[in-house]
Design a protein around this ligand. Structure first.
Ligand SMILES: [Zn+2]
Length: 342
């Protein structure tokens, strides 16, 4: 009996601690992130991980080490350098088991990520203390309507394939992350393969049932056609119809668009604004910064074969100063001295 009472007291203390931590972290962007069993890395631990980094397809060890050091520097000095953070926006498409991925070739290996690699990336984001944002929160930051609590990430997943639900959702939940889905509304669009259950489009019922704590749903056109090649009427239809279909399904406003295939120009941006979109997400590399281009929001595509070291190097871009220079231990230390930190 006494043992159960002690369990009860311990549980109550944990809940109280979690509540205090949430309040103490302040800021409108700090969600009540659950605490998965993922330790927060110290700079030394990060260096150790870098030493064990596998051979990469897309990044050298020395580049990675520098990226790791920049991240480590920012973590150890984070309180004095908040103004340096930008939002890193990551772009994914489809997810597959490692076995299925091994059988893929060509573009499929680019647009699909094996789920064990995706899990490793989520674990890295947790270890590096990235706070997940919604698309609307990233847009508010770009408009200088708010500040960030520290490193932040906007995970975006384009198209709306069912693998989002069957493979990615449990991992996002387990690692305290969330994602923005940019869904193409026509289930017969060429980006879907209804013959394979994970590669068809999410059904309307599945979209209705998406957990808003895990996903926000935004637009990705109707047919996934190149928007910049369409005549005015067809372009208008792609933009208006996508929102008309998605909003009743989720019961929430659709205010953001990601451009299918990154096929856009100034005319597409102008039409999107006129249609009522507040921001347009593209696939041009870059960090989202206050005062940056709104409605044009840059993203980093995470290729399915991206190595762990390449991914970590990519994340280090979130820790550059306003001029785009990567922060180092020395510059972070100087910055902290300037604001009176030890
Ligand atoms: Zn797409």
């Amino acid at each position: 009996m006494l043992r159960y009472a002690l369990y009860g007291i311990a549980a109550a203390m944990l809940i109280a601690l979690a509540a205090v931590a949430t309040i103490a972290s302040g800021g409108r962007y700090v969600a009540a992130i659950p605490s998965p069993n993922v330790p927060v890395e110290t700079p030394n631990a990060i260096s150790k991980l870098e030493d064990h980094a596998p051979t990469t397809m897309d990044g050298s060890r020395s580049l990675t080490r520098r990226g790791g050091q920049a991240i480590a520097a920012m973590i150890s000095h984070r309180s004095g350098s908040r103004s340096s953070y930008g939002v890193i926006c990551l772009m994914y498409h489809r997810f597959a088991s490692p076995d299925d991925y091994a059988r893929m070739s060509g573009d499929d290996r680019l647009y699909t990520i094996p789920i064990d690699r995706f899990e490793q990336q989520l674990a890295d984001l947790r270890r590096l203390r990235f706070t997940p944002l919604t698309a609307a929160q990233a847009v508010a930051f770009a408009r200088q309507e708010s500040v960030l609590p520290g490193p932040t990430v906007l995970i975006t997943i384009d198209d709306g394939s069912r693998s989002v639900l069957t493979l990615a959702a449990p991992l996002l939940r387990a690692y305290g992350m969330r994602a923005t889905l940019f869904i193409t509304t026509d289930p017969t669009a060429y980006v879907f393969d209804p013959a394979k259950s994970d590669e068809g489009r999410l059904t309307d019922d599945e979209i209705r049932g998406l957990d808003p704590e895990l996903f926000d749903v935004q637009a990705h056109g109707v047919t996934h056609r190149p928007l910049r090649s369409l005549p005015d009427d067809a372009l208008r239809h792609e933009l208006d119809e996508a929102r008309r279909v998605l909003e009743p399904l989720t019961g929430r406003p659709v205010r953001e668009l990601s451009v299918p295939g990154n096929w856009y120009d100034d005319r597409v941006l102008e039409f999107a604004c006129r249609s009522g979109y507040e921001a347009v997400f593209v696939s041009d590399k870059g960090i989202i910064r206050p005062g940056g281009d709104v409605p044009r929001m840059p993203r980093y595509m995470v290729q399915g074969y991206k190595s762990r070291t390449g991914f970590r190097k990519m994340l280090s871009a979130a820790f550059t100063d306003a001029a785009g220079h990567e922060l180092t231990h020395a510059s972070a230390a100087r910055r902290n001295t300037a604001v009176g930190k030890p």
